[in-house]
Design a protein around this ligand. Structure first.
Ligand code: AMP
Length: 545
């Protein structure tokens, strides 16, 4: 017997329709590329999103077509998120920090038909347009006529102005209803190894992820929140905030391209931001700015940090010096992205000092909707004792099943789990801790050493600005940890003193064999330290000569 409840598909357009009807005054404030501050509300943006759907129809966009965006976080990007998916097409967000070759590759692979972009990226598209195949019919700059860049495009590719098209379209459009499993958004992984792969989110997975993200022990947004996603809308949908914020009526503060400490501080204070989310490098930049300028953040209550392991320094500094709570989360493009979130349980609510810090450094526990397990090289499940590490696998309601252009289930193990490529421990309370990417693991004399734990310790040294550990080749042990350090500005660090900093904190045989000092570390398009580049440069450091 079937239940006797109403049946409505989980569609992304319903989130915005709800926000416009029940939170009409919720704000979307955007720092534009031109430098001014644009303000709108859910009431006013919803008809603009319907107008955007009409504009797409006039451009010949059909359901299932891929429509690309190359843009910062802004109200126009939000209009496209809803306009494109709301009409049944697929919003393909492109990371502008990818190499031009990868950019052309993914536009071709996705067979994008229209590309919407910020004027900042005019040189980028001018450079790659010749390598883009003919599926791309139009390039639309997300600006007004007065700011249109003048670039040459290949024959058959129109150069258009967003606001002109919006004026020409009308808003007499009603959101259509369709199967909730329909594809809504496409995001390519940063592709540190091999070609980027497309993760294709559905309406259903996106709406469920937004619900889950709004649970109290997850990001838990509320109507009174003013959320500043530093994490870009071109990387895993800004961790779902463009959906989770309107779902509860929270205001969105869009920083555009200004992500440095000074700009973020000003925007957060001016716009009374309560919560923000981003990768550790952003918060390190913000912390440096606050310390150097003496400024404070007056309204921020918490930061969500993920994408890379959150160094201890950030927990300590923001908590103690600024009264801002840091929430540690783990996820990946293939998980929409949220997989775990670090929130207390009764069993650990009273922890303090070092024990509490160790708990907070972990990436968190499973959120309802995503399960996880750790397995050994043969795929046998490993115990949850907080010590044994293994390959982390996930499955759930917003976990990738196969990549765009692949065949159903081809991203999964034979028994239906997604292999994350991370290596982790899980403790008896269910808290998972990432120890490495499997390709970054250091195998010294047959035993694994966690590069993340060693990096975190190095980063807690007062004179270290940033640190990375790589596996360096070693004649006797095969591989040994090598510490690569960027000293804090104006400081010099003594090698031996830095290495002795590890004593008593990790097993003796984990202590790195050497330290190299550099002026900066290379980062990937999504803000992670580029270990591959470091390995290419330093892997022979311990064997050379
Ligand atoms: P991406 O798909 O680009 O978002 O990258 C996902 C990867 O980032 C994961 O598989 C992890 O290796 C890493 N990652 C994400 N969050 C964390 C975290 N809190 N701590 C450590 N690594 C993380």
């Amino acid at each position: 017997m079937l239940g006797l409840m109403q049946d409505q598909p989980l569609l992304i357009s319903s989130i915005l329709a709800h926000a416009a009807r029940h939170h009409p005054k919720g704000e979307i404030v955007s720092k534009t590329v031109e430098g001014d501050l644009h303000r709108t509300t859910y009431r006013d943006i919803e008809p603009r999103c319907r107008r955007a759907a009409r504009m797409l129809q006039r451009l010949g966009v059909q359901p299932d077509d891929r429509v690309a965006t190359l843009a910062w976080n802004s109200f126009r990007h939000l209009e496209l998120y809803y306009g494109i998916s709301g009409m049944g097409a697929i919003c393909h967000t492109i990371n502008p920090r990818l190499s031009p070759a990868d950019l052309a590759y993914i536009i071709n692979h996705a067979e994008d038909v229209v590309l919407f972009l910020d004027t900042t990226f005019a040189p980028l598209i001018a450079a790659v347009a010749k390598d883009v195949r003919t599926s791309l019919r139009a390039v639309v700059f997300m600006t007004e006529r007065a700011h249109m860049p003048d670039i040459a495009l290949p024959m058959g590719m129109d150069l258009l102005c967003y606001e002109d098209l919006m004026v020409a379209a009308d808003e007499d459009y009603a959101w259509p209803s369709f199967d909730e499993h329909t594809a809504a958004a496409l995001c390519y992984t940063s592709g540190t190894t091999g070609k980027p792969k497309g993760v294709l989110y559905s309406h259903r997975s996106t709406v469920l992820h937004a619900f889950a993200s709004n649970m109290a022990d997850v990001i838990g947004l509320r109507a009174a929140d003013r959320v500043l996603p530093v994490v870009p809308m071109f990387h895993v949908n800004a961790w779902g905030t463009p959906y989770s914020a309107p779902m509860v009526g929270a205001s969105l503060i869009m920083p555009g391209r200004h992500l440095d400490g000074a700009s973020l501080t000003k925007l957060m204070n001016d716009e009374r931001v309560t919560l923000s989310a981003g990768v550790p490098t952003v918060w390190l930049g913000l912390l440096n700015h606050l310390r150097a300028s003496g400024e404070r953040l007056h309204t921020v209550k918490s930061f969500v940090i993920g994408g890379s392991a959150c160094p201890r320094l950030l927990f300590e500094a923001f908590d103690k010096e600024y009264g801002i709570r840091i929430d540690h989360a783990w996820g990946m493009s293939e998980l929409s992205p949220l997989g775990t979130y670090n929130a207390p349980k009764p069993a650990n609510a009273d922890l303090a000092g070092e024990e509490l810090m160790r708990l907070r450094e972990k990436q968190g526990r499973s959120i309802f909707g995503v399960d996880m397990r750790i397995v050994d090289d043969e795929g046998r499940e490993l115990p949850w004792d907080g010590t044994v590490s293994g390959h982390l696998q996930s499955r759930g309601l917003w976990v990738c099943n196969s990549y765009f252009g692949g065949t159903a289930g081809d991203a999964l193990t034979p028994d239906g789990w997604f292999a994350t490529g991370d290596v982790a421990t899980i403790d008896a309370d269910g808290y998972m801790e990432i120890t490495d990417r499997s390709k970054d693991v250091i195998k010294s004399g047959g035993e694994w050493i966690s590069s993340i734990q060693l990096e975190n310790l190095a980063m807690s040294h007062p004179d270290v600005a940033e640190a990375a550990i790589i596996a360096a080749r070693h004649e006797k042990w095969d591989e040994r940890p090598l510490l690569i350090v960027v000293p804090r500005e104006g400081r010099t660090i003594d090698k031996a003193a830095l290495l002795s900093f590890y004593e008593g904190k990790v097993a003796k045989w984990w202590i790195p064999d050497d330290v190299v000092f550099v002026s900066e570390l290379p980062h990937t398009a999504t803000g992670k330290v580029q270990k591959l580049a470091l390995r290419t440069e330093w892997a022979n450091h311990l064997v050379a000569g």
